[in-house]
Design a protein around this ligand. Structure first.
Ligand code: ADP
Ligand code: MG
Length: 257
């Protein structure tokens, strides 16, 4: 099943001379782990914002689950599509459970009490992210890595079919980076689609099914990380010297100079 279909999607920020995103065609299948990669300013966040309807493309169409994204109500969309917050944004003075429960907003009218389904979805999200023991702790008392797991749990409480993340590993130490990527990988194995901006190309080689490489607003390559992230292309794009090696476990890795 196709989750996203983009035809000729381009974006220009108001008042800007150039397109931040030149016309893009792509199709994202359910259950895939997609990585968006490219230098700073290459249009990764812009493309993500077109997928989440934060930005309306100046041309082309984004279809989500077979329907134009613009025809989805914000509420119906949020039941399918969750955006994981970056942990450098405002932090709420709430308990972990209360933060995760915010993920149920798309299912509730403001006058409604919490339903059994809400409670179950919050409990399941806490369990999936190993947060049960921390559920009643203040969010602010957690480490950055644990807080990032709470943002993921909030997204999971939405019971989405797609999870979108912009640089989710940026503020995490290597332990929590791998912890998050493994959780995302496990979600794709249960049919959830993950679309993430990632900077660590070795993590992309290890975890992603498909990588889309952006350069100055142009989608320059899409395919498996093995195909797309060859040393020559990566070296040219990031203006570094790159070599591809295999680690002892047979996993491809890039070494940069
Ligand atoms: P990336 O996420 O790959 O670093 P972005 O999608 O944020 O890149 O930015 C792509 C281009 O659009 C850049 O040239 C950037 O300067 C420009 N841009 C990003 N956000 C805005 C904005 N709010 N207004 C004007 N230009 C922007
Ligand atoms: Mg960005």
């Amino acid at each position: 099943m196709t989750v996203f279909d983009l035809a000729n999607v381009a974006y220009r920020y108001p008042g800007a001379a150039d397109l931040a995103l030149r016309p893009v065609d792509l199709s994202i299948k359910a259950g895939q782990f997609w990585a968006l990669c490219g230098p700073n300013g290459s249009g990764k966040s812009t493309l993500l914002r077109c997928l989440t309807a934060q930005l309306t493309p100046v041309s082309g169409t984004v279809s989500f689950a077979g329907k134009p994204l613009v025809s989805w109500s914000a509420q119906a969309r949020a039941q399918q599509l969750a955006v994981v917050r970056q942990n450098n944004q405002a932090k709420p003075a709430l308990t972990v459970r209360e933060v995760v429960a915010l993920g149920r907003t798309p299912y509730r009218h403001f006058w409604q009490a919490i339903t059994l389904a809400d409670r179950e979805a919050v409990d399941a999200a806490l369990r999936q992210c190993d947060l049960v023991a921390l559920a009643d702790r203040p969010f602010l008392a957690l480490s950055g890595g644990q807080q990032q797991r709470v943002w993921l749990a909030l997204a999971l409480a939405q019971t989405p079919s797609v999870i979108i993340l912009d640089e989710p590993t940026t503020f995490l130490d290597i332990h929590y980076q791998l912890d998050l990527l493994k959780r995302l990988k496990a979600l794709t194995q249960r049919g959830v689609t993950v679309i993430a901006v990632l900077h660590d190309l070795n993590q992309v080689l290890q975890f992603a099914d498909t990588v889309a490489l952006l350069a100055a607003g142009t989608l320059m390559a899409t395919g498996t990380p093995e195909e797309v992230l060859n040393a020559k292309r990566v070296g040219q794009l990031f203006q570094v010297e790159a070599n591809r090696v295999q680690d002892p476990a047979g996993q491809s890795a890039l070494i940069f100079h």
